[in-house]
Design a protein around this ligand. Sequence first.
Ligand SMILES: Cc1cc2nc3c(=O)[nH]c(=O)nc-3n(C[C@H](O)[C@H](O)[C@H](O)COP(=O)(O)O)c2cc1C
Length: 369
Amino acid sequence: MTVIPTVNALRFVGAATFEALSGEPVTSSVWDGVDSVRHIHIGAKADIVVIAPATADFIARASHGIASDLLTNTLLSTSATVVLAPAMHSQMWEHPATQHNVALLRDRGHLVLNPDEGRLTGEDSGIGRLPSPQSILDFVENALVGTTHSLAGRHIVITAGGTRENWDPVRFLGNRSSGKQGVALARAALAQGAAVTLIAGSVDIELPSGVTLVRVESAENMLQAVRLAMKEEPDALIMAAAVADFRPIAPLEEKIKKGAGVPAIELTLNEDILASVARENPETVILGFAAETVDSQEQLIAAGREKLATKGCTALVLNNVHGGGIFGSENTEITIIDRRGGQASFTGSKNFAAHAVLAHLSYLLSPLH
Ligand SMILES: Cc1cc2nc3c(=O)[nH]c(=O)nc-3n(C[C@H](O)[C@H](O)[C@H](O)COP(=O)(O)O)c2cc1C
Protein backbone atom coordinates (compact mmCIF):
# COMPACT_ATOMS: atom_id res chain seq x y z
CA MET A 1 0.00 0.00 0.00
CA THR A 2 1.28 3.45 -0.90
CA VAL A 3 -0.11 6.52 0.84
CA ILE A 4 -0.08 9.82 -1.06
CA PRO A 5 -1.37 12.66 1.13
CA THR A 6 -2.08 16.12 -0.25
CA VAL A 7 -0.23 19.00 1.42
CA ASN A 8 -3.47 19.91 3.19
CA ALA A 9 -4.13 16.33 4.32
CA LEU A 10 -0.84 16.57 6.25
CA ARG A 11 -2.34 19.42 8.28
CA PHE A 12 -4.82 16.87 9.69
CA VAL A 13 -2.69 13.71 9.96
CA GLY A 14 1.11 13.88 10.11
CA ALA A 15 3.42 12.11 7.65
CA ALA A 16 4.87 10.06 10.54
CA THR A 17 1.53 8.31 11.09
CA PHE A 18 1.16 7.37 7.41
CA GLU A 19 4.81 6.24 7.20
CA ALA A 20 4.57 4.08 10.32
CA LEU A 21 1.31 2.46 9.18
CA SER A 22 2.25 1.89 5.53
CA GLY A 23 5.92 1.11 6.12
CA GLU A 24 6.95 3.48 3.31
CA PRO A 25 8.08 7.10 3.18
CA VAL A 26 5.29 9.47 2.16
CA THR A 27 5.38 12.74 0.28
CA SER A 28 2.97 15.09 -1.45
CA SER A 29 5.46 16.32 -3.97
CA VAL A 30 6.60 15.14 -7.40
CA TRP A 31 9.98 16.69 -6.57
CA ASP A 32 10.92 14.02 -3.99
CA GLY A 33 12.59 10.81 -5.20
CA VAL A 34 12.81 12.20 -8.72
CA ASP A 35 15.29 9.45 -9.68
CA SER A 36 12.44 6.88 -9.56
CA VAL A 37 9.86 9.19 -11.26
CA ARG A 38 7.40 8.35 -8.51
CA HIS A 39 4.22 9.74 -10.08
CA ILE A 40 4.53 7.36 -13.05
CA HIS A 41 5.89 4.42 -11.06
CA ILE A 42 3.17 4.48 -8.37
CA GLY A 43 0.39 4.87 -10.96
CA ALA A 44 1.70 2.00 -13.07
CA LYS A 45 1.96 -0.53 -10.23
CA ALA A 46 -1.39 0.32 -8.58
CA ASP A 47 -4.20 -2.27 -8.69
CA ILE A 48 -6.62 0.32 -7.40
CA VAL A 49 -6.44 3.99 -6.37
CA VAL A 50 -8.68 5.03 -3.46
CA ILE A 51 -9.10 8.68 -2.51
CA ALA A 52 -10.78 8.90 0.89
CA PRO A 53 -11.74 11.50 1.88
CA ALA A 54 -11.99 13.22 -1.50
CA THR A 55 -12.36 16.94 -0.86
CA ALA A 56 -14.28 19.35 -3.11
CA ASP A 57 -10.92 20.80 -4.07
CA PHE A 58 -9.47 17.42 -5.00
CA ILE A 59 -12.58 16.47 -7.01
CA ALA A 60 -12.32 19.77 -8.91
CA ARG A 61 -8.63 19.26 -9.68
CA ALA A 62 -9.03 15.59 -10.63
CA SER A 63 -12.04 16.18 -12.87
CA HIS A 64 -10.11 18.80 -14.86
CA GLY A 65 -6.92 16.80 -15.19
CA ILE A 66 -4.86 19.26 -13.14
CA ALA A 67 -1.52 17.75 -12.12
CA SER A 68 -0.34 20.01 -9.32
CA ASP A 69 0.91 17.47 -6.76
CA LEU A 70 1.96 13.82 -6.52
CA LEU A 71 -1.60 12.53 -6.05
CA THR A 72 -3.12 14.32 -9.07
CA ASN A 73 -0.08 13.37 -11.21
CA THR A 74 -0.49 9.73 -10.17
CA LEU A 75 -4.18 9.86 -11.05
CA LEU A 76 -3.33 10.94 -14.58
CA SER A 77 -0.68 8.28 -14.99
CA THR A 78 -2.63 5.25 -13.74
CA SER A 79 -4.88 2.90 -15.67
CA ALA A 80 -6.10 1.25 -12.44
CA THR A 81 -9.68 1.50 -11.15
CA VAL A 82 -10.18 4.76 -9.24
CA VAL A 83 -12.56 4.99 -6.27
CA LEU A 84 -13.37 8.34 -4.64
CA ALA A 85 -15.17 8.69 -1.31
CA PRO A 86 -16.20 12.34 -1.12
CA ALA A 87 -16.58 14.18 2.20
CA MET A 88 -17.58 17.81 2.60
CA HIS A 89 -20.31 20.08 3.90
CA SER A 90 -23.74 19.65 2.27
CA GLN A 91 -23.56 23.05 0.59
CA MET A 92 -20.22 22.16 -1.00
CA TRP A 93 -21.46 18.72 -2.13
CA GLU A 94 -24.70 20.12 -3.57
CA HIS A 95 -22.96 23.04 -5.30
CA PRO A 96 -23.43 22.77 -9.09
CA ALA A 97 -19.64 23.01 -9.56
CA THR A 98 -19.04 19.92 -7.39
CA GLN A 99 -21.97 18.01 -8.94
CA HIS A 100 -20.66 18.81 -12.42
CA ASN A 101 -17.15 17.69 -11.46
CA VAL A 102 -18.49 14.44 -9.97
CA ALA A 103 -20.43 13.79 -13.19
CA LEU A 104 -17.23 14.34 -15.22
CA LEU A 105 -15.35 11.82 -13.07
CA ARG A 106 -18.18 9.27 -13.32
CA ASP A 107 -18.36 9.70 -17.10
CA ARG A 108 -14.64 8.97 -17.16
CA GLY A 109 -15.32 5.66 -15.43
CA HIS A 110 -14.15 6.64 -11.93
CA LEU A 111 -16.25 5.12 -9.16
CA VAL A 112 -17.47 8.03 -7.04
CA LEU A 113 -19.40 6.97 -3.93
CA ASN A 114 -22.24 9.13 -2.68
CA PRO A 115 -21.44 10.63 0.71
CA ASP A 116 -23.52 9.58 3.73
CA GLU A 117 -25.96 11.74 5.64
CA GLY A 118 -25.10 12.50 9.24
CA ARG A 119 -23.05 14.67 11.54
CA LEU A 120 -20.57 16.91 9.69
CA THR A 121 -17.60 18.90 11.00
CA GLY A 122 -18.99 21.32 13.58
CA GLU A 123 -22.55 21.33 14.89
CA ASP A 124 -24.47 20.66 11.70
CA SER A 125 -25.58 17.48 9.97
CA GLY A 126 -26.76 16.57 6.49
CA ILE A 127 -25.44 14.96 3.33
CA GLY A 128 -21.67 15.07 2.90
CA ARG A 129 -20.35 12.78 5.62
CA LEU A 130 -17.57 10.36 4.66
CA PRO A 131 -19.05 6.84 4.25
CA SER A 132 -17.95 4.48 7.06
CA PRO A 133 -14.47 2.92 6.64
CA GLN A 134 -16.13 -0.53 6.45
CA SER A 135 -18.44 0.48 3.60
CA ILE A 136 -15.50 2.05 1.72
CA LEU A 137 -13.52 -1.19 2.25
CA ASP A 138 -16.43 -3.35 1.03
CA PHE A 139 -16.75 -1.13 -2.03
CA VAL A 140 -13.02 -1.34 -2.75
CA GLU A 141 -13.12 -5.14 -2.38
CA ASN A 142 -16.03 -5.24 -4.84
CA ALA A 143 -14.25 -2.91 -7.25
CA LEU A 144 -11.11 -5.07 -7.17
CA VAL A 145 -13.12 -8.15 -8.15
CA GLY A 146 -15.17 -6.05 -10.54
CA THR A 147 -12.24 -4.92 -12.63
CA THR A 148 -12.11 -8.35 -14.26
CA HIS A 149 -15.78 -8.41 -15.31
CA SER A 150 -16.68 -4.84 -16.06
CA LEU A 151 -20.32 -3.83 -16.42
CA ALA A 152 -19.47 -0.23 -17.29
CA GLY A 153 -22.16 1.30 -19.49
CA ARG A 154 -24.72 -1.39 -18.55
CA HIS A 155 -28.03 -0.75 -16.80
CA ILE A 156 -29.06 -3.55 -14.45
CA VAL A 157 -32.39 -3.76 -12.62
CA ILE A 158 -32.25 -5.81 -9.40
CA THR A 159 -35.07 -6.80 -7.06
CA ALA A 160 -34.29 -7.55 -3.41
CA GLY A 161 -35.99 -8.48 -0.14
CA GLY A 162 -39.34 -9.98 0.72
CA THR A 163 -42.87 -8.88 -0.05
CA ARG A 164 -45.63 -8.21 2.46
CA GLU A 165 -49.19 -9.14 1.60
CA ASN A 166 -51.80 -7.23 3.57
CA TRP A 167 -54.22 -9.25 5.66
CA ASP A 168 -55.73 -6.51 7.80
CA PRO A 169 -54.50 -2.95 8.56
CA VAL A 170 -51.86 -4.23 11.03
CA ARG A 171 -51.11 -7.77 9.86
CA PHE A 172 -49.44 -9.13 6.76
CA LEU A 173 -48.10 -12.37 5.33
CA GLY A 174 -44.35 -12.09 4.76
CA ASN A 175 -41.28 -14.27 4.41
CA ARG A 176 -37.78 -14.61 5.85
CA SER A 177 -35.87 -12.87 3.06
CA SER A 178 -33.35 -10.36 4.48
CA GLY A 179 -32.53 -8.72 1.15
CA LYS A 180 -28.80 -9.43 1.70
CA GLN A 181 -28.23 -11.22 -1.61
CA GLY A 182 -30.09 -8.65 -3.71
CA VAL A 183 -28.34 -5.77 -1.98
CA ALA A 184 -24.93 -7.49 -2.38
CA LEU A 185 -25.73 -7.82 -6.10
CA ALA A 186 -26.62 -4.14 -6.31
CA ARG A 187 -23.36 -3.12 -4.56
CA ALA A 188 -21.29 -5.45 -6.73
CA ALA A 189 -22.95 -4.24 -9.95
CA LEU A 190 -22.31 -0.63 -8.90
CA ALA A 191 -18.68 -1.48 -8.19
CA GLN A 192 -18.43 -3.01 -11.65
CA GLY A 193 -19.52 0.31 -13.12
CA ALA A 194 -23.18 -0.51 -13.92
CA ALA A 195 -26.09 1.88 -13.45
CA VAL A 196 -28.37 0.05 -11.01
CA THR A 197 -32.09 0.30 -10.37
CA LEU A 198 -32.82 -1.46 -7.07
CA ILE A 199 -36.44 -2.45 -6.42
CA ALA A 200 -36.51 -3.32 -2.74
CA GLY A 201 -39.27 -4.91 -0.70
CA SER A 202 -38.81 -5.48 3.04
CA VAL A 203 -35.11 -5.74 3.94
CA ASP A 204 -33.18 -6.04 7.22
CA ILE A 205 -30.11 -4.17 6.05
CA GLU A 206 -28.90 -0.77 4.93
CA LEU A 207 -29.56 -0.05 1.27
CA PRO A 208 -26.68 1.13 -0.90
CA SER A 209 -26.37 4.70 -2.04
CA GLY A 210 -25.70 5.36 -5.70
CA VAL A 211 -28.61 3.24 -6.99
CA THR A 212 -31.97 4.40 -8.33
CA LEU A 213 -34.05 3.09 -5.46
CA VAL A 214 -37.70 2.03 -5.74
CA ARG A 215 -39.37 0.84 -2.53
CA VAL A 216 -42.29 -1.58 -2.77
CA GLU A 217 -44.36 -3.61 -0.35
CA SER A 218 -46.53 -6.26 -1.99
CA ALA A 219 -45.92 -8.61 -4.91
CA GLU A 220 -48.39 -6.55 -6.96
CA ASN A 221 -46.36 -3.37 -6.23
CA MET A 222 -43.19 -5.21 -7.22
CA LEU A 223 -44.69 -6.37 -10.53
CA GLN A 224 -45.70 -2.78 -11.36
CA ALA A 225 -42.24 -1.46 -10.42
CA VAL A 226 -40.45 -4.12 -12.51
CA ARG A 227 -42.71 -3.43 -15.52
CA LEU A 228 -41.99 0.30 -15.22
CA ALA A 229 -38.23 -0.33 -14.96
CA MET A 230 -38.33 -2.62 -18.02
CA LYS A 231 -39.69 0.30 -20.09
CA GLU A 232 -36.22 1.85 -19.77
CA GLU A 233 -34.85 -1.17 -21.66
CA PRO A 234 -32.18 -2.23 -19.16
CA ASP A 235 -29.46 -4.66 -20.24
CA ALA A 236 -30.52 -7.18 -17.60
CA LEU A 237 -32.98 -7.89 -14.82
CA ILE A 238 -31.97 -9.91 -11.76
CA MET A 239 -34.92 -11.02 -9.64
CA ALA A 240 -33.37 -11.80 -6.26
CA ALA A 241 -36.46 -10.80 -4.28
CA ALA A 242 -38.51 -13.43 -2.45
CA VAL A 243 -41.92 -12.70 -3.90
CA ALA A 244 -45.03 -14.11 -2.21
CA ASP A 245 -46.83 -16.73 -4.28
CA PHE A 246 -50.13 -16.08 -2.50
CA ARG A 247 -51.95 -13.14 -0.95
CA PRO A 248 -55.09 -12.86 1.18
CA ILE A 249 -57.95 -12.73 -1.29
CA ALA A 250 -59.53 -9.63 0.20
CA PRO A 251 -57.48 -7.64 2.77
CA LEU A 252 -59.74 -6.54 5.64
CA GLU A 253 -60.50 -2.86 6.25
CA GLU A 254 -60.74 -3.33 10.02
CA LYS A 255 -58.29 -5.00 12.40
CA ILE A 256 -59.40 -8.55 13.24
CA LYS A 257 -60.52 -8.66 16.87
CA LYS A 258 -59.15 -11.36 19.14
CA GLY A 259 -62.51 -12.33 20.68
CA ALA A 260 -64.10 -13.31 17.37
CA GLY A 261 -62.56 -16.79 17.22
CA VAL A 262 -59.66 -17.98 15.10
CA PRO A 263 -60.00 -16.43 11.63
CA ALA A 264 -59.35 -18.32 8.42
CA ILE A 265 -57.33 -16.66 5.66
CA GLU A 266 -58.50 -17.28 2.16
CA LEU A 267 -55.61 -16.95 -0.26
CA THR A 268 -55.34 -16.32 -3.96
CA LEU A 269 -52.40 -16.75 -6.34
CA ASN A 270 -50.16 -13.78 -7.13
CA GLU A 271 -49.09 -13.26 -10.71
CA ASP A 272 -45.70 -14.90 -11.36
CA ILE A 273 -43.51 -11.81 -11.90
CA LEU A 274 -40.52 -13.68 -13.33
CA ALA A 275 -42.59 -15.66 -15.84
CA SER A 276 -44.72 -12.66 -16.89
CA VAL A 277 -41.81 -10.25 -17.29
CA ALA A 278 -39.72 -12.87 -19.14
CA ARG A 279 -42.64 -13.43 -21.55
CA GLU A 280 -43.07 -9.68 -22.08
CA ASN A 281 -39.32 -9.06 -22.62
CA PRO A 282 -37.99 -12.04 -24.57
CA GLU A 283 -34.89 -10.14 -25.75
CA THR A 284 -33.68 -9.08 -22.27
CA VAL A 285 -31.27 -11.14 -20.19
CA ILE A 286 -33.32 -12.08 -17.12
CA LEU A 287 -31.93 -13.98 -14.13
CA GLY A 288 -34.32 -15.41 -11.57
CA PHE A 289 -33.58 -16.82 -8.13
CA ALA A 290 -35.27 -20.04 -7.09
CA ALA A 291 -35.26 -21.53 -3.61
CA GLU A 292 -35.88 -25.28 -3.54
CA THR A 293 -36.11 -27.73 -0.66
CA VAL A 294 -34.42 -30.82 -2.09
CA ASP A 295 -32.09 -33.48 -0.69
CA SER A 296 -29.31 -33.47 -3.25
CA GLN A 297 -27.50 -31.37 -5.87
CA GLU A 298 -28.89 -33.63 -8.64
CA GLN A 299 -32.44 -32.98 -7.45
CA LEU A 300 -31.68 -29.26 -7.25
CA ILE A 301 -30.50 -29.14 -10.85
CA ALA A 302 -33.38 -31.29 -12.11
CA ALA A 303 -35.91 -29.05 -10.35
CA GLY A 304 -34.03 -25.97 -11.62
CA ARG A 305 -34.00 -27.10 -15.27
CA GLU A 306 -37.74 -27.73 -15.10
CA LYS A 307 -38.35 -24.33 -13.55
CA LEU A 308 -36.09 -22.59 -16.09
CA ALA A 309 -38.24 -24.00 -18.89
CA THR A 310 -41.52 -22.96 -17.22
CA LYS A 311 -40.36 -19.48 -16.26
CA GLY A 312 -38.86 -18.72 -19.66
CA CYS A 313 -36.04 -16.58 -18.22
CA THR A 314 -32.39 -16.65 -19.36
CA ALA A 315 -30.90 -18.20 -16.22
CA LEU A 316 -31.79 -19.29 -12.71
CA VAL A 317 -29.72 -18.98 -9.56
CA LEU A 318 -30.68 -21.96 -7.42
CA ASN A 319 -30.53 -22.13 -3.64
CA ASN A 320 -31.23 -25.26 -1.69
CA VAL A 321 -33.08 -23.93 1.35
CA HIS A 322 -33.53 -27.36 2.91
CA GLY A 323 -33.32 -26.63 6.65
CA GLY A 324 -33.86 -22.88 6.13
CA GLY A 325 -30.10 -22.13 6.27
CA ILE A 326 -29.75 -19.44 3.59
CA PHE A 327 -32.29 -16.76 4.52
CA GLY A 328 -30.67 -14.00 6.56
CA SER A 329 -27.26 -15.68 6.77
CA GLU A 330 -23.99 -14.16 5.50
CA ASN A 331 -23.01 -17.21 3.45
CA THR A 332 -24.76 -18.99 0.65
CA GLU A 333 -24.51 -21.92 -1.75
CA ILE A 334 -25.69 -21.24 -5.26
CA THR A 335 -25.87 -23.09 -8.54
CA ILE A 336 -26.41 -21.07 -11.71
CA ILE A 337 -28.02 -22.76 -14.70
CA ASP A 338 -28.77 -21.04 -17.99
CA ARG A 339 -30.56 -21.61 -21.28
CA ARG A 340 -27.25 -21.97 -23.15
CA GLY A 341 -26.70 -25.14 -21.12
CA GLY A 342 -24.16 -23.48 -18.78
CA GLN A 343 -23.90 -24.42 -15.12
CA ALA A 344 -21.73 -23.13 -12.24
CA SER A 345 -21.80 -23.74 -8.48
CA PHE A 346 -20.47 -21.44 -5.83
CA THR A 347 -20.17 -21.46 -2.02
CA GLY A 348 -19.13 -18.42 -0.02
CA SER A 349 -20.22 -15.02 1.22
CA LYS A 350 -23.21 -13.39 -0.42
CA ASN A 351 -20.84 -10.67 -1.59
CA PHE A 352 -18.68 -13.12 -3.53
CA ALA A 353 -21.76 -15.01 -4.71
CA ALA A 354 -22.91 -11.68 -6.14
CA HIS A 355 -19.70 -11.44 -8.15
CA ALA A 356 -20.11 -15.03 -9.34
CA VAL A 357 -23.63 -14.20 -10.54
CA LEU A 358 -22.42 -11.01 -12.25
CA ALA A 359 -19.55 -12.87 -13.92
CA HIS A 360 -22.13 -15.30 -15.30
CA LEU A 361 -24.31 -12.36 -16.29
CA SER A 362 -21.39 -10.78 -18.23
CA TYR A 363 -21.05 -14.09 -20.08
CA LEU A 364 -24.78 -14.12 -20.86
CA LEU A 365 -24.61 -10.51 -22.07
CA SER A 366 -21.79 -11.37 -24.45
CA PRO A 367 -22.89 -12.42 -27.95
CA LEU A 368 -22.87 -16.17 -28.70
CA HIS A 369 -19.91 -17.31 -30.77
C1 LIG B 1 -11.26 21.89 9.79
C2 LIG B 1 -11.40 21.81 8.32
C3 LIG B 1 -12.18 20.81 7.79
C4 LIG B 1 -12.33 20.71 6.40
N1 LIG B 1 -13.09 19.70 5.91
C5 LIG B 1 -13.26 19.60 4.57
C6 LIG B 1 -14.03 18.54 4.02
O1 LIG B 1 -14.53 17.68 4.74
N2 LIG B 1 -14.20 18.49 2.69
C7 LIG B 1 -13.65 19.43 1.86
O2 LIG B 1 -13.87 19.33 0.64
N3 LIG B 1 -12.90 20.42 2.35
C8 LIG B 1 -12.69 20.54 3.67
N4 LIG B 1 -11.93 21.57 4.17
C9 LIG B 1 -11.31 22.51 3.22
C10 LIG B 1 -10.09 21.88 2.57
O3 LIG B 1 -9.14 21.56 3.55
C11 LIG B 1 -9.50 22.83 1.51
O4 LIG B 1 -10.42 22.95 0.42
C12 LIG B 1 -8.20 22.32 0.98
O5 LIG B 1 -7.73 23.28 0.00
C13 LIG B 1 -8.29 20.94 0.35
O6 LIG B 1 -7.03 20.55 -0.15
P1 LIG B 1 -6.74 19.10 -0.77
O7 LIG B 1 -7.92 18.72 -1.58
O8 LIG B 1 -5.52 19.30 -1.59
O9 LIG B 1 -6.49 18.19 0.38
C14 LIG B 1 -11.73 21.66 5.55
C15 LIG B 1 -10.92 22.65 6.11
C16 LIG B 1 -10.77 22.73 7.46
C17 LIG B 1 -9.92 23.83 8.02
